[in-house]
Design a protein around this ligand. Structure first.
Ligand code: PFF
Length: 456
């Protein structure tokens, strides 16, 4: 009871606030620069179907489990795992390390987005369209990327400093509706461009021509990896946000809403990007790149070539900035909640410490493209290395151990008890039980080994 009163004071004031903040965390760069590319690459509509099936089973289970752990323990990720089973205390630390690694480089990329936003707002969007030298020139210097990184990190820290209700909840309620309107608006515009039909077909219709069994497995692995990334699973965020959730709000219902939000924005982002790139490239599928290349090199060219491109480009980068910001806020809040709890510090102190850590670590990523671009770790740029160890190694391990802890040691009853706090029946009990004990563990092993097998 005492725990719940405390959660009420420090937590979300409404179910809508919680859902929007968690959806804000989920909707991020992953939805915009990863999902459309993967969907187009792996059989269009076929990938979408697989993704949706996995979202309502695998994604649903992992998200529900983490939020339930957070709400039941009322603790930050380190305290939460330890209080379930002392032997799993290390898992809390491992999960805590993930946002410590991700937040800095995520804010560096957020800074790149701000740079493009400023370029488009000041009417100079066409300077960023070209052979990519605008982008490589920009990240190749130290001053500007550091400045924009600093601003993005600063905005994130200020929101987190205001706390859960006054900072995160308030900003999510403001930004998420704008994000939805922008996404729908730009998607309608690009879908009506002459020649976009071919791109739409390529994106939405299942294309199984030349599809082998190997391709089928690769599609499943890609969809699983994307789901995992997109839903902010295994990085302590959902445990943290869960610890701020009100006991009276339905867990199952909230998770469904967050998933729907995240998937809908990802699909819509594809409706923006795939037809637009198709029109621009005259139907050349190879133009659909992934990652920074798509966002910072291909799309500016696409905007430059379309009527009203300056306005659409500006709207697009506002959308990406909002998506990235709500995600970075959730990443930073996770670190701040740990520091507050572990070192018994006030929010403002924890925010300043987190800001300092992110500044130092983020500079490694900034310098990795400029002054230190000859430094490589396992053949990767520093930013790519941070991304690789967090996403491809640590997160699947954290998720797998979480499934073992809850599925086999604490048992599904642990989740059920928490779900029943706010509803009479746990409708998905059977699904969650099978998923946690068997399917999710196998899925994690597939996610873990696929990059290595495909590399070989
Ligand atoms: N889910 C968010 C996104 O899709 O961008 C946030 C996020 C996921 C950040 C994974 C970082 C990360 F490695």
């Amino acid at each position: 009871m005492a725990k719940q009163t405390e959660a009420k004071e420090k937590g979300f004031g409404s179910k809508l606030g919680f859902v929007l903040a968690a959806a804000g965390s989920a909707v991020g760069l992953g939805n915009i620069w990863r999902f459309p590319y993967l969907a187009a690459k792996y059989g269009g509509g076929f990938f979408l179907i697989i993704y949706i099936i996995l979202a309502v089973t695998f994604g649903f289970t992992l998200m529900l489990t983490e939020i339930a752990i957070g709400r039941r323990t009322g603790k930050s990720v380190i305290g939460a795992y330890r209080s379930i089973d002392k032997r799993f205390g290390f898992l809390g630390w491992l999960a805590a390390l993930v946002p410590v690694i991700i937040t800095p480089y995520y804010c560096v990329i957020g800074g790149w987005v701000l740079k493009y936003l400023v370029t488009f707002i000041s009417g100079e969007g066409e300077t960023s369209a070209g052979d990519g030298s605008f982008f490589t020139g920009f990240i190749g210097e130290v001053g500007q990327p550091t400045g924009f990184f600093f601003i993005f990190l600063g905005i994130t820290a200020v929101v987190v400093m205001f706390g859960v209700k006054k900072g995160i909840e308030r900003i999510s309620k403001l930004m998420m509706p704008v994000l939805v309107v922008l996404t729908i608006g730009i998607a309608i515009y690009t879908m009506t461009l002459k020649g976009s039909g071919e791109g739409l077909k390529y994106y939405l219709l299942p294309d199984l021509s030349g599809f082998t069994f190997g391709m089928f497995l690769k599609t499943i692995a890609a969809a699983m990896g994307q789901l995992f990334y997109s839903m902010s699973i295994a990085m302590g965020i959902l445990v943290t946000y869960g610890s701020y959730m009100r006991k009276e709000d339905s867990l199952e219902h909230s998770v469904r809403q967050i998933e729907l939000f995240d998937t809908a924005i990802a699909v819509l982002a594809g409706l923006i990007i795939v037809p637009a790139v198709f029109v621009f490239s005259g139907g050349d599928k190879a133009a659909l790149d992934a990652g920074p290349g798509l966002m910072f090199i291909t799309l500016p060219k696409v905007f430059d070539s379309m009527a009203g491109g300056q306005i659409i480009g500006t709207a697009f980068f506002v959308l990406v900035a909002l998506a990235a910001l709500t995600s970075s806020i959730s990443l930073m809040e996770t670190v701040v909640s740990i520091i507050m709890e572990k070192f018994r510090l006030r929010r403002i102190q924890a925010c300043l410490i987190t800001f300092g850590i992110c500044l130092v670590l983020g500079m490694l990523s900034v310098l990795g493209y400029s002054a230190w671009d000859s430094v490589k770790l396992f053949g990767m740029q520093l930013l790519d290395f941070f991304d690789f160890i967090s996403n491809n190694l640590m997160m699947p391990v954290v998720a797998m151990l979480t499934c073992i802890l809850i599925g086999w040691i604490a048992k599904t009853d642990y989740i059920e008890m928490e779900v029943l706090e706010s509803q009479k029946k746990f409708g998905s009990r059977g699904l969650v039980n099978v998923m946690l004990r068997f399917v999710c563990i196998v899925c994690m092993i597939i996610i873990l080994v696929t990059p290595f097998v495909t590399e070989i």
